[in-house]
Write a protein that binds this ligand. Structure first.
Ligand SMILES: Nc1ncnc2c1ncn2[C@@H]1O[C@H](COP(=O)(O)OP(=O)(O)OP(=O)(O)O)[C@@H](O)[C@H]1O
Length: 261
């Protein structure tokens, strides 16, 4: 097997993924991510954003298709090798903050570094730096239950950045934050990634949050689309006359969706 001959640090080819219960999530998605790029993956709920990020990060294995990272065929790796790859090269942010309740905030943020073998003192210093950037350094000695939900999410973002991963997968990272806070945190995240050469794959539901990205890829029903035009949902009698498409801000109101090649 030979790596695709291009400059993308991460590449997916014709990914097909379905969940254990048979739900189709990805139906032939291909994309490349350049080194240092901030790529936004947008699309409505259920369009496959999380599934795509999970396949790219080696958390799930596609049933068909290939994932290449830095010359490594991720789709062929066993569970242990994928876990090692994630620990050493990738960062992950979930839409809901999950922290170790027994550890303090700084210990949580330093944990991935310590798991990589960095000493406690150095890991603490790095964690505090990132907590400061995310404006939660004042909470460094608190336990997660003492924080507000949005503060816990900032800690999760700091934790993901502390290791300065090669690729950061951020799945709706600002979902628990209100709009102004969300915009500020996204700016911090993308600026930090740019200054440290971190490649970012960012899933976000709406085009507004994708504004800070270098490029946007849109999914609809597990496929990559060029423009998002949601067709009206057909009932037993067919689409309602003049029905409003249940679209996002990017919807132009035409009852069709154009699929990319
Ligand atoms: N654990 C699961 N088991 C079965 N089907 C699932 C599971 N998670 C997601 N799906 C289905 O897979 C498809 C893609 O979901 P996915 O979560 O990847 O989309 P998404 O764009 O990230 O949506 P959201 O914005 O709601 O997170 C949807 O049809 C969804 O219902």
């Amino acid at each position: 097997m030979v790596a695709p001959p291009d400059n993308d640090v991460l590449r997916a080819s014709a990914l097909h993924f379905q969940h254990h219960d048979g739900s189709p999530a990805l139906q032939g998605v291909s994309l490349g991510v350049r080194e240092g790029e901030v790529l936004a993956v947008t699309g409505p709920r259920g369009s496959g954003k999380t599934s795509l990020l999970r396949c790219l990060a080696g958390l799930d294995r596609p049933q068909r298709g290939e994932v290449w990272f830095d010359g490594v065929a991720v789709h062929t790796l066993g569970a242990l090798a994928r876990a090692r790859l994630r620990r050493h090269r990738f960062g992950w942010i979930d839409p809901v903050p999950v922290l170790v309740p027994e550890l303090t905030v700084w210990e949580n943020a330093a944990l991935p570094l310590m798991l990589r073998g960095t000493g406690r003192r150095r890991a603490r210093r790095a964690a505090l730096e990132w907590l400061e950037r995310l404006d939660v350094d004042g909470r460094a000695r608190s336990r997660p239950h003492e924080l507000r939900h949005s503060e816990r999410q900032r800690v999760c973002i700091a934790r993901a950045l502390t290791v300065v991963p090669s690729v950061l997968f951020a799945d709706e990272p600002t979902a628990p934050l209100h709009r102004a806070e969300s915009a500020q945190v996204l700016r911090t995240l993308t600026a930090a990634a740019r200054s440290h050469g971190v490649t970012v794959v960012l899933a976000c539901a709406g085009p507004r949050r994708a504004g800070l990205a270098d490029r946007t890829v849109t999914l609809l029903d597990g496929r990559r689309v060029r423009t998002l035009h949601l067709p009206p949902v057909a009932g037993p009698a067919g689409p309602a006359e003049g029905a409003e498409p249940a679209g996002s801000a990017g919807t132009e109101g035409r009852p069709a969706c154009s699929l990319s090649a």
